[in-house]
Write a protein that binds this ligand. Structure first.
Ligand SMILES: Nc1ncnc2c1ncn2[C@@H]1O[C@H](COP(=O)(O)OP(=O)(O)OP(=O)(O)O)[C@@H](O)[C@H]1O
Length: 262
């Protein structure tokens, strides 16, 4: 672990874009879709150098939370702030430029391109600093150096996800929100991905992870919040979450609603 903590992410920027640690917070965040209340009055904070697990049953509002925090959707009410600055009038692109970044559930990377070409694209992003690092050093930081000429589509899904994170890392995120990073990845891939995600935290990034593989997520989480029907019903440590009757009830309730399947 810590392979790239002192590398890509650790290098200090002297340019005009903000750099260094940032706190992402929301208060009273709500979002409705027609009659569906996807988020109801959510207050939370993501802190630099910590990983926040965002869990909850299907339809609890987890993806909606990421979508509203990053500006893909506007909130129906409530505020989102980055280092105390209200992001109400900040577009998704400008949030990215300020270091608020995300990944999506599927891999939105370019299947027929090679790993090297993808990393080169990552290094062209607005926050990536030309000349600071090259494809080779970025690949080495993520253990991808032997794969530079390989088409992305030929690689295991877990490696594709690591590549995706390497491309994000080129832009030096301050806050990173991951939507189901482990979905579709087999066990040893999950372990490698976990180490990479943990490296972002070690480098001082505020990390938020939505994930159904709770066992794997709890191994890298410092803090846990649980959403249920759009409400934040629990906030605590992984150990506290494990024994919380409120958390158990939320999952059992959802399972009962599906007909008792665990
Ligand atoms: N773009 C949208 N249009 C309409 N309804 C939406 C939209 N996005 C989310 N919803 C609804 O909001 C609620 C919360 O959905 P969301 O995807 O945020 O939950 P989730 O916790 O991420 O679920 P899952 O774990 O199944 O991915 C659901 O009822 C969903 O149908």
């Amino acid at each position: 672990m810590g392979r790239f903590g002192a590398g890509v992410l650790g290098r200090r920027d002297t340019g005009v874009l903000p750099d260094g640690p940032a706190v992402l917070a929301c208060t009273g965040l709500s979002r409705s879709f027609g009659g569906v209340h996807a988020l109801r009055g959510v207050d939370l904070e993501l802190d630099p150098g910590r990983t926040l697990a965002i869990i909850g049953p299907n339809g609890a509002g987890k993806s909606s939370l990421i979508n509203v925090l990053t500006g893909l959707y506007a909130p129906s009410s409530g505020t989102v702030t980055l280092d105390g600055t209200d992001l109400r009038r900040t577009s998704m692109a400008d949030r990215t430029r300020a270091g608020l970044m995300r990944t999506f559930q599927g891999n939105r990377i370019f299947g027929t391109l090679t790993v090297g070409a993808c990393l080169a694209i990552g290094l062209e992003a607005p926050r990536a600093r030309a000349g600071r690092h090259d494809v080779g050093s970025l690949a080495a930081d993520f253990g991808l150096e032997a794969l530079l000429d390989r088409p992305v589509k030929d690689l295991p899904y877990g490696i594709q996800k690591i590549l995706n994170l390497a491309m994000v890392a080129a832009s030096r995120p301050r806050v990173l929100l991951l939507d189901e990073p482990f979905a579709g990845v087999h066990a040893d891939g999950v372990e490698r991905l976990s180490a990479v995600i943990d490296d972002f935290r070690t480098a001082g990034v505020a990390v938020g992870v939505v994930e159904h593989n709770i066992a794997a997520l709890m191994r890298i989480a410092d803090d846990v919040v649980v959403l249920d029907s759009g409400r934040l019903i629990f906030r605590g440590t992984p150990t506290e979450a494990e024994v919380s009757p409120v958390v158990r009830e939320a999952y059992l309730g959802a399972s009962a609603a599906r007909g008792g399947a665990a």
